[in-house]
Design a protein around this ligand. Structure first.
Ligand SMILES: [Fe+2]
Length: 382
């Protein structure tokens, strides 16, 4: 018998949901909250909105905004020092995956001590974390519902993946209105990250009926709404749909884990500090081509979910159309087509392939992967 589990935070969803943050923290017993964010989100005004709600709830706070895209180990070390000195007892993450992953990592060290490197891998966290409330502003990472945190080891120049049920936030507050300040490029990249989560979780070796239902709905929503969401920052229907897709893809991958796309993008992102969603978008169709052999029926289902007419086609033929559909979507929203366009050089590939093979996400890829397979996929995507 196959035994599986499905973890999820409490999820509060809807336009205006941000106003619930104070009440949520009080409900979790918070006396003073530590707000983790980044300068871009701060500038967009979302941290001010959160602090204003905290003031209305008579909840003192401390702000830590020194987080960069692809958050680094030394930022976590600094963040936990500020947290401990502030005497806060709960953590709010406001922003994209970087701010939320950093908020989780700071929380690990706040109650477990040591160095963030000690927690790389699966189930290394011993003691409970402070209450965690997450407010995503990107409709992309799914970090607000996931049991993952990804932090860059700045010495080894690799991304460390930390996986633990302790990292599932207590409450995720998704307010689609926060997406209106995202620029076109970020909307496109984070949307392709959502698509990658949905596809990798759906074909993952650890997929279950509970994750499949989330992955399939996310896939359908992205196929329909990523183009209009990228085209207009005020399209409320598209923003709401992408915010829901992000949650559902996040629940799918948090429980079914991911695959070779994320293993490879973690390798390149850690080494060259490049945007996660952009890397995934470029790598996704090439990994799909590689994986088609292992899961043709699931590829056929994906084609159908993306609205492709598959009447009379074999599963392999339908799967190939699904791959073309993903390539066309990336093209339409102006994602670069190859890794060399964003700075990857051929001589880096052996190192990238080795790092990808050592990433925890590779374990659930539906097709067995060797270092030479990864090398070949990187060269095709170059
Ligand atoms: Fe991702």
């Amino acid at each position: 018998m196959h035994i599986s589990k499905f973890v999820t935070p409490e999820i509060i969803f809807g336009k205006g949901a941000l106003s619930q943050v104070g009440e949520c923290c009080l409900r979790l017993g918070a006396k003073k909250v530590f707000i983790v964010s980044d300068p871009g989100v701060m500038e967009a005004g979302w941290v001010d909105k959160v602090t204003s709600v905290c003031r209305s709830s008579h909840l003192p706070y401390e702000i830590f905004c020194e987080i960069t895209p692809n958050p680094k180990d030394y930022e976590i070390t600094k963040g936990v020092k500020v947290y401990l000195a502030s005497e806060c007892d709960a953590v709010i993450g406001v922003g994209g995956g970087s701010a939320i992953d950093a908020a989780k990592a700071i929380s690990i060290l706040a109650t477990n001590g040591g160095n963030i490197h000690d927690y790389e891998g699966v189930d290394k966290i011993q003691y409970p974390l402070p209450p965690l409330v997450m407010l995503p502003t990107t409709a992309g990472s799914g970090a607000e519902v996931s049991q993952f945190s990804v932090i860059v080891d700045s010495v080894r120049q690799v991304k460390m993946t930390i996986v633990s049920k302790s990292l599932v936030p207590d409450i995720a507050i998704t307010d689609p209105y926060t997406l209106v300040t995202k620029n076109r490029e970020l909307t496109a990249e984070t949307g392709m990250d959502v698509l990658t989560h949905a596809i990798e979780a759906f074909v993952s070796l650890a997929a279950t009926p509970l994750t499949d239902v989330q992955a399939k709905n996310a896939l359908t929503l992205v196929a329909k709404y990523l183009r209009p969401s990228t085209a207009s920052h005020t399209n409320e229907e598209a923003k709401t749909a992408m915010a829901m897709a992000s949650i559902q893809a996040g629940l799918a991958f948090s429980n079914a884990i991911l695959g070779a796309v994320h293993a490879m993008s973690h390798a390149v992102g850690g080494y060259l500090d490049m945007p996660h969603g952009k890397l995934n978008a470029i790598l996704l169709p090439y990994v799909m081509e590689f994986n088609l052999l292992a899961a043709p029926d699931k590829f056929m289902e994906m084609a159908q979910l993306m609205g492709i007419n598959i009447a009379g086609l074999t599963s392999a033929e339908a799967g190939r159309l699904a791959i073309l559909h993903v390539k066309q979507l990336a093209l339409d929203i102006e994602i670069p087509l190859c890794l060399s366009e964003i700075g990857l050089k051929e001589e880096y590939i052996p190192r990238m392939s080795q790092a990808a093979l050592e990433d925890v996400c590779i374990l659930t890829n539906p097709r067995d992967v060797t270092v030479s397979d990864l090398d070949r996929i990187f060269r095709k995507a170059l």
